[in-house]
Design a protein around this ligand. Structure first.
Ligand SMILES: [Zn+2]
Length: 242
């Protein structure tokens, strides 16, 4: 047996052989018949009073009254033979379902984006830029229109030729050459693969002058008699990379 009734507020009651499930947009509660203290049809609707917790009222349309009366009798009968139980909050379960759906959508979206998006790095100036397959198609479309206007300018009247040429120029200005770096125009570019870092390379090793400063400090320590000549020589060689 399963009877599901939904009201105008988007709340539904599902009667089965062992329980009633109350479901709204934000919560889902299951009441095994043994967890219900009382059911009745009140002024505001079908009321469920659990052994623990507040009474829930399911407002229903007049047309459902005969059905609700039938379900009332069914519930009261089921309550008589049901073993004691507690209401079950299924809201968390519902949240997990929602999260699983959201995760699946996000995964799909990422796959689509990664398929259509190109992240490029210029090997000359280090500039990083992105474009999508849609950008490429759009540019191609401007290129095609430019060609069409160019052809029309050759075969049209002289007056029309100027118009066609200016339209061709306008289309050409929207054509993008994705094979070149937008910053330096170099065609020495490579695609950055998924997961690869976009960080710039680390700066060059510390300038040699700091090694000189370090040696001066050790010379002071040597002069003060804190370190030996041998220790100083070892440190000096190390710092100068000899
Ligand atoms: Zn560049």
């Amino acid at each position: 047996m399963q009877e599901r009734i939904k009201n105008n507020s988007g709340v539904s009651l599902t009667f089965t052989d062992d329980s009633i499930t109350w479901e709204s947009g934000i919560s889902r509660l299951r009441f095994p018949y043994g967890s219900i203290k009382q059911v009745r049809i009140g002024f505001l609707g079908f009321e469920i009073t659990p052994c623990e917790g507040n009474t829930l009222t399911f407002a229903f349309n007049k047309q459902y009254k005969p059905l609700m009366q039938k379900m009332l009798a069914f519930t009261q009968n089921a309550m008589r033979s049901a073993p004691p139980a507690k209401p079950i909050n299924l809201t968390a379960e519902k949240d997990a379902e929602k999260k699983a759906v959201a995760d699946a959508i996000e995964k799909q979206r990422r796959e689509i984006v990664s398929k259509n998006e190109h992240r490029m790095r210029c090997n000359v100036c280090g500039h990083i830029f992105c474009y999508t397959d849609a950008d490429v198609r759009e540019s191609q479309s401007h290129q095609n229109w430019a060609k069409a206007h160019a052809a029309a300018s050759l075969f049209g009247t002289r007056l029309d030729a100027y118009g066609q040429q200016s339209r061709m120029d306008s289309e050409l200005s929207k054509v993008v050459d994705f094979s070149r770096c937008p910053a330096c125009r170099s065609n020495n570019i490579t695609e950055i693969k998924e997961g690869e870092t976009t960080q710039q390379p680390q700066s060059a090793p510390a300038p040699a002058s700091s090694a000189v400063e370090e040696i001066k400090k050790y010379k002071e320590l040597l002069d003060m008699g804190i370190i030996t000549q041998e220790e100083f020589d070892t440190k000096k060689k190390q710092l100068l990379g000899l």
